[in-house]
Design a protein around this ligand. Structure first.
Ligand SMILES: [Zn+2]
Length: 269
């Protein structure tokens, strides 16, 4: 679809949209684990309440942030990564998330143009990025995020075409059954769960978005990513647990940026 704006204006608008979304994500990844620590099944009303209150503040000195300090990325750069009031360092995850989301917004916008697919892809990728972050920090993939992501994928496919909905439903079911079955088998063999239950729900959501035929690709990409990470950082040698969610999420984002051909995946974006 042709975009009736000069390239530079279009790309800047995409980057700004990504920065704004990234700014929201950094609030999400900071507050969801705190909320879950208080209440394991808080529900979406409490989540929304927790996201909007208290207003953004410095976690060290509790000083409420002014409008100029809420500007994504720019305020962090201008303040050289420190709180203006107490000079304590501001966690690097905020500017990194914002920059990553801006990059994703530009890449997805360049691929899909100003379409409903772009909006869906951006929303899906933003949720995946938040899930990756939360899982890496807390080993938790909250149902609060995985289940709406799954339903949204099914809904998106239902709006596209009947055969796409079929691919989506089979993708969700096979994704869940695959990892939940693997987990049950591992538990029977070793007496402990190998993967978290959230991983199966996340793969179900990815199956809903990308279709059942994309599942082997998603799993291969995620396993390769996890293996490379484990070799590079050494958790295999240290026998430390490794969160699999971030690698599944990255594989899901990769398939949005470089979709499988239609004849292979049966999903048309
Ligand atoms: Zn402070």
């Amino acid at each position: 679809m042709p975009v009736p704006l000069p390239d530079s204006v279009w790309l800047s608008a995409l980057a700004l949209l990504g920065l704004a979304l990234g700014s929201f994500l950094s609030v999400l990844v900071a507050r969801v684990p705190l909320l879950l620590a208080e209440d394991a099944h808080p529900g979406h009303v409490r989540l929304l309440a927790r996201l909007s209150w208290p207003p953004s503040h410095c976690p060290h000195c509790q000083q409420r942030l002014r409008l100029a300090e809420l500007l994504p990325l720019l305020s962090w750069l201008r303040q050289r990564g420190r709180c203006r009031h107490c000079q304590q360092p501001i966690a690097w995850r905020y500017p990194l998330l914002e920059a990553l989301m801006a990059l994703l917004s530009v890449m997805l916008g360049s691929r899909y143009g100003l379409t409903a697919t772009f909006a869906a892809a951006l929303l899906c990728c933003a949720t995946l990025l938040a899930l990756a972050w939360i899982d890496a920090e807390t080993f938790w993939l909250p149902d609060l995020l995985t289940l709406p992501l799954l339903w949204a994928g099914l809904l998106f496919a239902s709006l596209a075409s009947p055969w796409q909905l079929t691919a989506s439903v089979w993708g969700a079911a096979a994704g869940y059954a695959g990892l939940a079955g693997l987990n049950a088998g591992y538990r029977a063999w070793r007496g402990q769960p190998g993967l978290g239950g959230g991983d199966a729900k996340l793969l179900a959501a990815l199956g809903a978005w990308h279709g059942g035929l994309a599942l082997p690709w998603l799993l291969t990409l995620a396993a390769l990513g996890g293996l490379i990470w484990a070799v590079c950082t050494g958790p295999l040698r240290a026998r430390r647990a490794l969160a699999f969610g971030p690698f599944l999420a990255m594989a899901g984002i990769a398939l949005w940026l470089w979709p499988l051909p239609l004849w292979l995946a049966w999903m048309e974006y």
